[in-house]
Design a protein around this ligand. Structure first.
Ligand code: C2E
Ligand code: CA
Ligand code: CA
Ligand code: CA
Length: 278
């Protein structure tokens, strides 16, 4: 008995150790990638439903790893959040977003670019000052850069979230609740947050044409959003049938492969000039 449990314990330890070692190695690689400017910024367009016109883009970070190829963004963001690398990563993304948005201005692209912030960023007392600094460096208008915060990040520390969002709002930036519907948000807190829009999570969007319960949830989210004076965005829209259903349900803005895939930020200006959605 003792021997058996001892052995299984040993196996378990080795397994954990390997995972830990590989996570550690990946963290080292990520730190280097940030320092050496090896990340890249992608942009995905958003389209206004009523006019079928582009109304903005979301900044999505990519990490082309020299040996492992492009790593799943969700995974390395989570790694960054748990290793203290999220602050330098967010700084990199913000700098890059302001630089690209500045370049768009010269090309006549006037749409906003939204940046994802993490739960950890919301707790960083230096974040808002950092953003303010970038705004003045680039001579940015408040509508250049918007911010997306997941519902679950907001709910980790709702009191702090209200205060950080209030400070971001004072800069004049528009704020989005991201992944709405899966983050167990307390609706009373939602009411206290100075946000401008909701992004309905793609897990409700994907089955929208077949599944009545997803449609019911989207209808509820649209109603709630509109009653609170918020714009409602649907993400992960891949086809016309989904677009039509979401339009019927009253969504204001659509994002997803149907409109356009995420593309390197420096291609966005050209893409939008020849896009059917311009
Ligand atoms: P998200 O903010 O919900 O971003 C939307 C994700 O859906 C993106 O995945 C995007 O590429 C993907 N997507 C877009 N259109 C479609 C579609 O039509 N169908 C499907 N199935 N997927 C679609 P991505 O780029 O892999 O990012 C995953 C998550 O990583 C993001 O989810 C966001 O939470 C996080 N993330 C990405 N970039 C950043 C960043 O710069 N900072 C932070 N803190 N998080 C980021
Ligand atoms: Ca997002
Ligand atoms: Ca989302
Ligand atoms: Ca998501």
């Amino acid at each position: 008995e003792a021997k058996r449990s001892g052995r299984s314990h040993a196996v378990y330890t080795v397994k954990i150790d390997q995972t830990y070692a590989s996570r550690l190695a990946l963290m080292g690689d990520l730190r280097q990638a940030i320092e050496k400017n090896e990340l890249s910024l992608y942009c995905q367009p958003k389209v206004h439903v009523e006019s079928s016109r582009l109304c903005g883009a979301e900044a999505l970070v990519r990490w082309p790893h020299p040996e492992r190829g492009i790593l799943s963004t969700g995974q390395f963001i989570e790694l960054a959040e748990h290793s203290g690398l999220i602050t330098p990563l967010t700084h990199w993304v913000l700098e890059s977003a302001f630089r690209h948005r500045y370049a768009w201005q010269a090309k006549g692209v006037t749409q906003p670019l939204s940046v994802n912030l993490s739960a950890h960023d919301l707790r960083d007392p230096a974040l808002v000052g950092w953003i303010e600094g970038l705004m003045s460096t680039w001579g940015a208008e408040p509508d250049w850069i918007e911010f997306e915060l997941t519902e679950s990040a907001l709910m980790q520390d709702p009191v702090r979230a209200v205060s950080t969002l209030g400070r971001l709002k004072q800069l004049g930036s528009r704020l989005f609740v991201d992944d709405f519907g899966i983050g167990h948000s307390s609706l009373s807190y939602l009411q206290k947050l100075p946000v401008d829009a909701l992004k309905i999570d793609q897990s409700f969007v994907a089955p929208i044409t077949e599944d009545r319960s997803s449609a019911a949830i989207v209808r509820l989210a649209v109603g709630l959003g509109h009653d609170l004076g918020l714009e409602v965005v649907a993400e992960g829209v891949e086809n016309r049938a989904q677009w039509d259903r979401l339009a019927e349900l009253g969504c204001d803005v659509i994002q997803g492969y149907y409109v356009g895939n995420p593309m390197p930020a420096d291609q966005y200006g050209c893409w939008q000039q020849s896009s059917p959605w311009r």
